[in-house]
Design a protein around this ligand. Structure first.
Ligand code: ADP
Ligand code: MG
Length: 172
């Protein structure tokens, strides 16, 4: 059976991992967290002193995922998307959270003042939405509200229905 690949992106804290894991368990699709993958395989290329975090080796991440992605049925979770091959994804969801809600979530994570400010700015300027629009066909890029548990349930229902329809359309 042919299964779609789904990209979940958006500013840190918008709920990609929460949605991705729940979606995977309910749909049977595989879940890949690119941050975890990079950490496990040390897929880094240098260190960003300003942001105090390692720099992702994007080429090695792509190589690492290529086989799995060409098989299909993968949900990918990452706060970036311009380095993935466009052909990988059948649909792209950019999660969106209100500033005050996002601020609280990131504060709970213990982000420092600068990291908090940068991430809130990233959300205000819709950086990840713009990146998704610049990297994928507009028709497959969708924004989803992610403020509360009701949004989460709605998003899961909506995406499960989309998967079901996609599978129908791609079976002969
Ligand atoms: P991301 O993977 O995008 O960084 P997470 O999935 O880790 O975000 O979520 C960040 C925090 O927000 C977690 O504490 C999570 O429980 C919470 N959260 C995520 N989505 C929702 C939602 N729809 N409603 C309420 N809280 C949420
Ligand atoms: Mg996450």
């Amino acid at each position: 059976m042919l299964l779609p690949n789904i990209l979940l992106t958006g500013t840190p804290g918008v709920g990609k991992t929460t949605l991705g894991k729940e979606l995977a368990s309910r749909s049977g699709l595989k879940y890949v967290n690119v941050g975890d993958l990079a950490r496990e395989g040390q897929l880094y290329d240098g260190y960003d002193e300003e942001y105090d975090c390692p720099i992702l080796d994007e080429d090695r991440v792509v190589d690492e995922l290529e086989n799995q992605m060409s098989e299909g049925g993968v949900i990918v979770d990452y706060h970036g998307c311009d380095f993935f091959p466009e052909r990988w994804f059948h649909i792209v969801f950019v999660l969106k959270t209100d500033n005050s809600v996002l601020y609280k979530r990131l504060e709970t994570r213990g982000y420092n003042e600068k990291k908090l400010k940068d991430n809130i700015q990233c959300e205000i300027f819709q950086i990840l939405y713009e990146e998704a629009l610049a990297s994928y066909k507009e028709e497959i890029v969708h924004q989803l509200p992610s403020n509360n548990p009701e949004d989460l349930e709605d998003n899961i229902d909506q995406i499960l229905k989309w998967i079901e329809q996609w599978v129908k359309d791609h079976s002969s």
